[in-house]
Design a protein around this ligand. Structure first.
Ligand code: ZN
Length: 150
């Protein structure tokens, strides 16, 4: 857990389904009711067809799309954990459905336990919803083997 993280704004018009899913320990994203395209970050309407969006659970499976090693964090609360890996994960549901997060070997590990030298773009990951602080839950991404992707 990390102390003194600024709380995310949870009162936005489109985000409640995202945060309530995380509160329940799951990951959900908006999906178009018409063309079935997934969307993140949350938005008002489908950017492809203009259709209405509704939250649906996702598999929590993805692949490492990109990463960087953070030495100077934007938020001071993260300074004790530097250096750490900040990753962009592409979810299995759809090419281009990506979100940022932290990598861990197992749920509960600190966010600085994964060595960047061990990472390969495209490696499989699994979301584990963890508290970053008392009030903030965010998916962290466990490194898994290709055998665990089935
Ligand atoms: Zn659509």
């Amino acid at each position: 857990m990390i102390a003194n993280i600024p709380l995310p704004a949870r009162d936005g018009p489109f985000e409640e389904g995202f945060w309530s899913a995380l509160d329940a320990g799951t990951l959900a994203h908006q999906r178009c009711r018409d063309c079935r395209r997934w969307h993140f970050p949350p938005r008002h309407r489908c950017s492809d067809c203009g259709g209405a969006l509704a939250y649906e659970p996702v598999s929590g499976r993805g692949r490492l799309w990109s990463f960087t090693v953070v030495h100077a964090p934007v938020l001071p609360a993260f300074a004790p954990f530097t250096p750490f890996v900040a990753a962009v994960v592409e979810l299995d549901e759809q090419p281009g459905l990506r979100m940022a997060g932290y990598l861990v070997h197992r749920a509960g590990d600190p966010i600085n336990a994964v060595a960047p030298q061990s990472l390969t773009i495209g490696m499989p990951l699994r979301a584990v919803i963890q508290p970053l602080s008392e009030d903030v839950r965010w998916p962290q991404w466990e490194l898994i083997s290709e055998d665990e992707t089935a």
